[in-house]
Design a protein around this ligand. Structure first.
Ligand SMILES: C[S@@+](CC[C@H](N)C(=O)[O-])C[C@H]1O[C@@H](n2cnc3c(N)ncnc32)[C@H](O)[C@@H]1O
Length: 346
């Protein structure tokens, strides 16, 4: 997937062709404005209000206790971002945006937009991180830091989108009973796997700040009989076992290559000999030919964990060093750039 400006007409296409428009400025300026406009739409309650019905600028401003001038400017900007539409002076949520921005939708991702305020602050440390090589280290926050809640709710909303596709692509061995979800946070993937495989229960092992929120989400969904949360550092805690399956979803990009191999070796000894290891990761393209937006995600991982988005070859190397054989590698449709790797002990 690529970032960029979309030309509206022939003149703009020609300008783009001949490199007449300053693309770096467009990325920096419009990228920032689109991001913050959508965040404001979420945080100020515009999406939640419009999900219930259309409104004029004045009605919406009065309802949300906002200034009419600011509300008008924000709504026009949200229209430019394809989030809202205007008809005869009334604003409504755009049809295509409704499934993502209506809080009642099962695909609602407004929590992720809100989490962007936290990520915005992290990104303000980018230059310092690149200069010093030190990351923000988001997993070292105290367990009661409110950023954990924003983070894990956002991950949960993303997981809801892809969990059915991911869980249906994981082949557990016959008679499987117990799965370990390392860094499983909200436990949503593990819960979906248990729901699809009768008799299977899961343990999520994660840091305390994450577990506090994850345990709450699983209890609210009435799934505590399937998924149990346990506090611990996956790099140092006893993993227990033997397990029929281990999930390692969006965790390897927070770890260095050496940490990944060491963890995978311990996972191998915690799995039964026919056990399934499932890894879900943003895998970037070959390092020599970086394409699309994946390197931006790599930079995000460097900023937040001093780690990286790994290539398929690097992933294969980690698994091979730890004694795993890759059985399948499959891109997931519901979240761009995510790949599910299924591996078994050699
Ligand atoms: C990006 S989230 C992924 C959550 C979930 N697996 C998913 O795919 O939606 C990374 C998770 O790994 C956890 N994590 C990172 N480092 C960890 C460590 N050393 N020990 C335990 N959990 C860790 C974080 O707390 C967080 O819950």
């Amino acid at each position: 997937m690529r970032l960029g400006l979309k030309a509206d007409n022939l003149l703009e296409r020609v300008a783009d062709w001949f490199n007449l428009a300053p693309q770096p400025l467009a990325h920096a300026f419009f990228g920032m404005m689109a991001s913050r406009t959508l965040m404001a739409g979420e945080r100020l309650g515009v999406f939640a209000a419009l999900a219930e019905g259309s409104a004029t600028v004045e009605e919406l401003a009065a309802r949300l206790k906002l200034s009419p001038e600011g509300t008008r400017a924000l709504l026009e900007a949200l229209e430019a971002c394809d989030a809202v539409e205007r008809k005869k002076g009334r604003y409504r949520m755009a049809d295509r945006a409704r499934r993502w921005l209506d809080p009642r939708s099962p695909q609602y991702v407004g929590g992720f937009l809100d989490f962007n305020y936290t990520q915005w602050e992290w990104w303000s440390h980018m230059e310092e991180a690149v200069r010093t090589g030190e990351s923000v280290d988001i997993h070292r926050f105290a367990p009661d830091d409110p950023r954990w809640r924003a983070y894990i709710h956002a991950m949960h909303q993303m997981a809801r989108l892809s969990a059915p596709e991911v869980a249906s692509s994981i082949p557990l061995p016959r008679g499987a009973r117990h799965v370990l979800d390392l860094g499983g946070a909200h436990g949503w993937f593990a819960a979906e796997l248990c729901r699809r495989n009768r008799g299977v229960k899961a343990t999520v092992l994660d840091l305390e700040g994450s577990v506090r929120v994850g345990r709450e989400l699983i209890a609210q969904a009435g799934l505590s009989h399937l998924v149990t949360h346990q506090e611990g550092d996956i790099l140092t805690s006893e993993l227990g076992g033997p397990y029929d399956g281990v999930l390692l979803f969006q965790v390897m990009h927070h770890l260095s290559p050496a940490q990944n191999v060491a963890l995978l070796r311990r996972v191998r000894t915690a799995l039964t000999h026919k056990g399934t290891l499932a890894v879900l990761e943003y895998l970037r393209e070959d390092e020599e030919k970086p394409q699309g937006a994946a390197p931006l995600i790599g930079l995000h991982y460097f900023l937040t964990s001093k780690a990286a988005a790994y290539t398929p070859a690097e992933m294969e190397g980690f698994l091979d060093d730890a004694g795993f054989r890759i059985e399948s590698t499959r891109p997931m449709r519901h979240v761009p750039l995510q790949t599910l790797v299924i591996a078994r002990p050699e």
